[in-house]
Design a binder for this molecule. Structure first.
Ligand code: PEP
Ligand code: CO
Length: 444
């Protein structure tokens, strides 16, 4: 236990990216109610995830973390949630096959409702309103009423997170997630794609191994009918995070998600976010990018994990395909000098965002894949290994990122461009990405 930390010590620090509520009493009421609601996850699950992440840092497991850039309250419906799960399950099967090690499945879901923004205010046609900060803060439509931060949305978000997690837990604990029945995870629109063949080959090879073990060798493969899914979100809205902070056996846990991460914009060593998260037991993600110097990174590791606990820190790097090569090696070398042994994960999405001439934010599939492939190579040539990937994706058939096997062009984006924030890989592109990653893993 840190004796200079308590779950409110962050209040003495500068908290970036927080909404300004007009009515503090209404905020206090909502936060008070939130703190009395039951937790979404347990400390035992959190400890188990941390143990698995420690193994991933040793190269014995691989992390697949994926989901929407921002969840929306209105998308808390069976179909998008199930589709997301299907894609993550398909991807994890492909990655298990490619990497020959267990995959830890973590969703960017059940609480990914708060977004950092580069500007506090947004101006359109001479009208200036607060920026959209995610569905637990305000609403995306550009009207004064929609953009006003509403404390009640904290409760709506928490309830939706609970509903989401409930469906995910039910689906992953039997039937649907059974490895003997991967046909449950098929997505209609992927059926017709060129990738289907490669994916089917992997599925049938795993199926054959299973049948061989069970029917020929008589080995009981218990546990294959269910899988573990863990939840994660950016720990951004500190009142929301604080409200679900609980002490158990003398240790503090954040119990609204298994795996929070600190975003790039709120990773100031003296800021409120680093202060809040340094006192928790949860495994913690830390986004790093071109603005992260070796010196800053060393200090952050010492601050967030002073006693070098295994599985505590996951470094999620996001440089962009043109910059990873000039930034990552120095950070790997600096971390090695400190003796810290974090898990290294590549987010190939956030450094590769461009805006088309028609004004759509997009990411070229080829740039995403190229950053990932470089990440594998750079870690390997430094004598370590890339331990996971962090991807913005959806199981739905959207057109937000260009490229991939179907060759989506910029002109195609307007067909089904649905995201309120960052562009996601659609189900087919996500599966193609997993097949490419698996090929890369086999080649190393
Ligand atoms: C995100 O993960 O959606 C995000 C905002 O990332 P970053 O903090 O890396 O910019
Ligand atoms: Co994003």
């Amino acid at each position: 236990m840190l004796n200079d930390w308590n779950p409110d010590s962050w209040r003495n620090r500068v908290a970036l990216q927080q909404p300004r509520y007009a009515d503090p009493a209404a905020l206090a009421r909502a936060v008070g109610e939130l703190s009395g609601l039951p937790p979404l996850v347990t400390s035992w699950e959190i400890d188990e995830l941390r143990r698995q992440l420690a193994e991933a840092a040793e190269g014995k497991r691989f992390l697949l973390q994926g989901g929407d850039c921002a969840e929306s309250l209105s998308e808390c419906r069976a179909e998008p949630i199930t589709n997301k799960l299907k894609v993550l399950l398909q991807m994890s099967l492909v990655l298990v096959h490619g990497g020959q090690r267990p995959v830890i499945r973590v969703g960017r879901f059940a609480g990914q409702y708060a977004k950092p923004r580069s500007e506090d205010m947004e101006t359109r046609d001479g009208v200036t309103l607060p920026s959209y900060r995610g569905d637990i803060v305000n609403r995306p439509a550009f009207t004064e009423a929609d953009r006003r931060p509403d404390p009640e949305l904290l409760l709506r978000g928490y309830e939706r997170a609970a509903l989401t997690l409930n469906l995910i837990r039910a689906l992953s604990s039997g039937g649907f997630a059974d490895l003997h029945h991967p046909e449950n995870w098929d997505l209609d629109f992927i059926e017709s794609s060129q990738l289907a063949l490669e994916y089917r080959r992997i599925v049938s090879s795993i199926g054959e191994s299973l049948r061989f073990m069970e029917h020929v060798l008589g080995v009981r493969t218990g546990g294959l009918e269910k899988v573990d899914f863990f939840s994660s979100h950016e720990g951004l809205h500190l009142e929301y995070e604080r409200a679900q902070t609980h002490q158990q056996n003398g240790r503090w846990y954040h119990l609204a998600t298994h795996f929070p991460w600190i975003g790039l914009r709120t990773a100031d060593i003296d800021g409120a976010h680093v202060e809040y998260f340094r006192g928790l037991q949860n495994p913690l993600g830390l986004k790093i990018g071109t603005i992260t110097t070796p010196e800053i990174l060393k200090r952050l590791l010492d601050r967030l994990n002073p006693d070098h606990q295994h599985g505590r820190i996951t470094l999620i790097h996001r440089f962009g395909t043109a910059k990873i090569d000039s930034h990552l090696p120095a950070l790997i070398a600096a971390v090695r000098e400190t003796g810290h042994r974090p898990l290294w994960v590549c987010d190939p999405m956030h450094g590769n965002t461009i805006t088309t001439s028609e004004g759509f934010k997009t990411r070229p599939f080829e740039a995403i894949l190229s950053e990932l492939e470089q990440a594998f190579e750079i870690h390997a040539s430094a004598g370590g290994s890339l331990g996971g990937v962090h991807i913005e994706l959806t199981g739905d058939n959207v057109t937000e990122c260009t490229g991939g096997a179907r060759g989506l062009a910029e002109a195609d984006l307007k067909r089904r461009y649905r995201t309120e924030v960052d562009p996601r890989l659609n189900g087919e592109q996500a599966l193609e990405m997993a097949l490419s990653i698996a090929r890369k893993m086999r080649s190393l």
